[in-house]
Design a protein. Structure first.
Length: 70
């Protein structure tokens, strides 16, 4: 159950937290790169790290659950 919740938590986290960072990055032209884009990329990297941890934790819980039922 907890693994499912962590796995599903990635969707709202992506839509509500990461997408507002993605949109200005995607709208930015390469020649506009500078301090603002660098800050957004750093923020995106941090947020993606959180999303990766959520997915990894879900995978570990699923693996643990499958081993615990044997």
């Amino acid at each position: 159950m907890a693994g499912s919740l962590l796995l599903l938590a990635n969707w709202p986290f992506t839509m509500l937290v990461i997408m507002p960072v993605n949109k200005p990055l995607m709208a930015m032209m390469p020649q506009e790169a500078g301090a603002k884009s660098r800050g957004l990329l750093h923020r995106w990297g941090t947020l993606h790290g959180v999303r990766s941890v959520l997915g990894s934790a879900a995978s570990l819980l699923f693996a643990w659950g499958s081993l615990a039922t044997r």
